[in-house]
Design a binder for this molecule. Structure first.
Ligand code: ADP
Length: 293
């Protein structure tokens, strides 16, 4: 749950200030991406944990409203739900403090009981807001079958083992690609070099999202830019999550990866054109409409 406080200026250490507004907004990369996949037309099951606080019910209800199946969202006793306290200054700059809460309690043992679900799914879409050993267990189970694995490697932890990059597709944004490779990303040559480096570390397809410039795809056929859709930007929050969810759905349906990434670009552009996280994510009909323009 994102707790968003708008204030004139960030408080100094020890200072108390009054906020101009407060909003509670359902968030989390996994939840946002689940909503995106559902809006893109997939049957989606969210796997995760919520706490035993008042936020838990609201987080699950919000997902259910978006047609996301929450039967595999587990309640955690004596624990708070994952939270982000977000201060937004009038300048637009933000400062964020997160609490992993119940997210940190999603353990490999929870995943073992979902073996059939994982292996019967067309695609599993992973993020790094839960423990790395849990992510690793999902990848191991999915690898035994044809289930495709997509990893949005965010947020980047200290020392991400290469093993976790050895999936069907990874989709970092520019900053994450820089952190993962230690290589600067600015020029087209630098983007290609970083994408190639990640491909050589074992990801079968690497997609670096480039904001309004679209996305760069690198795989066994080499590297190419996948063109963006132009839009009037209102708020880019959740653009990357909208991108990942839509890409996962179209690719799992059998579309070639270039066109699936471009559908992701359409979903990202739609999310960037609207305010908020989950409410800004467009429906499949909107993605198809933009595609035809
Ligand atoms: P993140 O939100 O993770 O930082 P990006 O900003 O790269 O990720 O956005 C993800 C995708 O959303 C981009 O690859 C692009 O397709 C689309 N997108 C984001 N911002 C814009 C924009 N200003 N105009 C058009 N498309 C955008």
């Amino acid at each position: 749950m994102d707790l968003v406080l708008k204030c004139a200026q960030f408080p100094q250490p020890g200072e108390t200030i009054a906020a101009n507004s407060f909003n509670e907004v359902s968030g989390g990369k996994g939840a946002n991406q689940a909503v995106s996949a559902a809006r893109a037309g997939a049957q989606v099951k969210m796997v995760g944990r919520v706490g035993d606080d008042a936020f838990a019910g609201r987080l699950v209800a919000g997902l259910k409203q978006c047609e996301v199946d929450c039967s595999t969202v587990l309640a955690t006793q004596d624990c708070e739900s994952g939270l982000a306290l977000i201060l937004v200054e009038e300048s637009g700059q933000n400062t964020i403090v997160t609490v992993a809460g119940a997210n940190a309690r999603l353990l490999p043992a929870d995943i073992d009981s979902l073996r059939n679900l994982i292996q019967q799914s067309d695609v599993v879409l992973l993020q790094l807001e839960v423990p790395l050993e849990t992510v690793r267990r999902v990848i191991e189970i999915a690898r035994e079958t044809e289930t495709r694995v997509i990893l949005d490697p965010a947020p980047i932890p200290q020392g991400l083992p290469d093993e976790l990059l050895q999936v069907d597709l990874i989709c970092p944004n520019e900053r994450e690609a820089e952190q993962l490779t230690g290589m600067p990303i600015g020029t087209p040559e630098q983007i290609e070099a970083a994408a190639k480096a990640l491909y050589q570390r074992g990801a079968k397809h690497v997609v670096i999202t480039l904001g309004k410039q679209g996305a760069y795809l690198f795989d066994e056929s080499g590297g190419r830019l996948i063109a963006p859709f132009t839009t009037d930007v209102v708020d880019t929050t959740a653009a990357g999550d909208a991108f990942a969810g839509a890409l996962a759905v179209y690719w799992a349906e059998g579309m070639n990866v270039d066109d699936a990434v471009r559908r992701g670009n359409a979903a990202g552009a739609i999310a960037a054109s609207r305010l908020g996280a989950q409410p800004s994510i467009g429906a499949r009909s909107e993605i198809e409409h933009l595609w035809k323009t």
